[in-house]
Design a protein around this ligand. Structure first.
Ligand code: XUL
Length: 509
């Protein structure tokens, strides 16, 4: 028995990765896409249409319909379902599901999506893209000040679950009164698999503004202030290795064995940390997407005094950070279009034509409002772009993006990251990787993993059930595809540019 299934319920769809821990390889990858495969839920981007631009809500029936569809596809593809010895999963973080009754075993004669409405106290689930809880965040901040950040790991944030729960409880008190359980996407889908309500793990629980990360329990004051009777409606919170329950007999119709263990699900960022092999101290991960995210295993629990970074439980034990830089590929694409160059020029030629340090040119690349630091849109440069070549402007952006990541991750302890794993589209650029290596003075490694959250969930299942240490699983599934060493000659140069970068930020106010 060596197959472990990792599921990832993301904004766009549901993915599965199956690993074989004896052979040390991925033996199956499957996916359901909400836009193409479940058009009846009218959520091509993963959420329902809404007149209010700030509101982003999904139909939880879509998430369970995807589960039936995915298992059906696996079965129809003749995947040896009976070999799967355990399951875990990853969910988009912060989203919440509201139930009026306990989850009990499912009727195999009906689809999950047809059985779910009977136990929903709210037909929609707010997701992480929702920005409509400004009032609730202001209220929680007024009440708790810095304690919200220093004890829960993050200041009150619009997409976090606590403010979302408060908005629902205040605006729909009758439906709130009928609510018996509030689940995260992760704990909800874990419960669906087990046919009974399951716990929330420390990784995803930390994204709620409700968990006290010093004590690893729901914080009674945060909970009481968020909504009436909330404590009685929260599932228990447990370490990420916990076995949540056993697979419901409902899923035997797909060839799965009833009763196989299910490890508590976690959030997608905690699962990705594991899936790229970043769960040990000294390793950070930079995901270069539309937004760039920086996440890392933390040595100890500290929080970002600027309130931009978050702290979540690390599924491998201890804590992890997550920092989101809104102007990632968004800024790179913007500048590329502005200069009228192609990606080859951007990724290769520009850096070959210029030198590290680039004459001290720096920019704050805020083509859109930035999260880290939290400022409105507005690009600022310490030079006149008319005096710089296209190549110099490009190197300036890439060096500035690397410097802002170093500057705004330093609250975890400067210089602690000796190895950084990079993923996402822009990680293909060897020149950007060299800049990151030199700015951080760390090894930059790429990994050949596409679905890091579902792979991370499968690895978590193997660790939780077999007890195989994470390091052994990383060696099997997450080895580096390429390594770039830092150039020590550039250390001093970038240390001094970091100071200049900070001054430019201060000058902007
Ligand atoms: C993290 C966050 C997103 C979602 C995406 O705080 O909001 O990364 O987890 O699924």
């Amino acid at each position: 028995m060596s197959y472990y299934l990792g599921l990832d319920s993301s904004t766009q769809g549901l993915k599965a990765e199956v690993i074989d821990t004896v052979a040390g390889k991925v033996v199956g990858s499957f996916a359901v896409n909400f836009k193409n495969d479940l058009p009846e839920y009218q959520s091509p981007s993963g959420y329902l249409p809404n007149d209010d631009e700030l509101v982003r809500q999904a139909d939880p029936r879509m998430w369970v319909a995807a589960m039936d569809m995915l298992f059906d596809r696996m079965k129809k593809a003749d995947f040896p379902m009976e070999k799967i010895a355990g399951i875990s999963g990853s969910g988009q973080q912060h989203g919440s599901v509201y139930l009026s009754a306990p989850i009990t075993d499912w009727d195999p004669a009906k689809k999950l999506a047809d059985q779910l409405p009977a136990i929903l106290s709210r037909p929609v689930a707010p997701i992480w893209m929702d920005k409509s809880t400004g009032l609730e965040c202001a209220w929680l901040t007024e009440k708790f000040g810095n304690r919200m950040r220093t004890d829960s790991g993050s200041p009150a944030i619009e997409r976090f679950t606590g403010p979302q729960i408060r908005k629902f409880a205040v605006n729909e008190p009758e439906a709130w009164a009928k609510t018996k359980t509030v689940h995260l996407v992760s704990s909800f889908l874990c419960s669906v698999l087990c046919g009974r309500d399951c716990a929330i793990d420390y990784g995803d629980g930390a994204g709620m503004n409700l968990l006290n990360l010093h004590k690893l329990v729901w914080d009674p004051e945060f909970v009481a202030a968020t909504a009436p009777d909330l404590m009685s409606k929260l599932p228990p919170v447990k370490p990420s290795q916990t076995i949540a329950g056993k697979l419901s007999a409902y899923f035997t119709q797909y060839g799965l064995k009833a009763g196989i263990p299910v490890v508590v699900w976690s959030g997608d960022n905690p699962c990705s940390l594991i899936g790229v092999g970043g769960g040990s101290v000294g390793t950070a991960v930079i995901s270069l997407g539309t937004s760039d995210t920086f996440f890392a295993t933390m040595e100890e629990f500290v929080t970002d005094p600027d309130g931009c970074g978050h702290v979540f439980g690390n599924p491998a034990g201890g804590f992890m950070s997550l920092i989101c830089f809104t102007n990632g590929s968004f800024a790179r694409e913007h500048l590329r279009d502005e200069l009228g160059v192609d990606w080859h020029f951007f990724d290769v030629t520009a850096c070959a034509e210029t030198k590290p340090g680039n004459g001290g040119r720096l920019m704050l690349p805020y083509y859109e409002a930035e999260n880290t630091p939290a400022v409105p849109a507005g690009v600022v440069r310490n030079f006149d772009p008319a005096t710089a070549s296209k190549a110099e402007q490009i190197r300036c952006l890439l060096e500035s993006q690397a410097l802002t990541m170093r500057r705004h991750s330093a609250w975890q302890g400067g210089g602690i990251f000796k190895r950084i794993r990079v993923t996402g589209g822009a990680s293909k650029s060897a020149t950007f990787r060299q800049i990151l290596a030199d700015v951080f003075q760390a090894k930059i490694e790429t990994v050949s993993i596409a679905n890091s959250a579902s792979l991370g969930a499968a690895i978590r299942a193997a660790n939780g059930i077999e007890g195989t240490p994470f390091d052994d699983l990383y060696a099997q599934f997450c080895s580096a595809a390429s390594v770039i060493e830092p150039n020590p000659a550039n250390r001093g140069l970038y240390d001094s540019m970091l100071t200049d970068y900070a001054s430019l930020e201060y000058s902007r106010g």
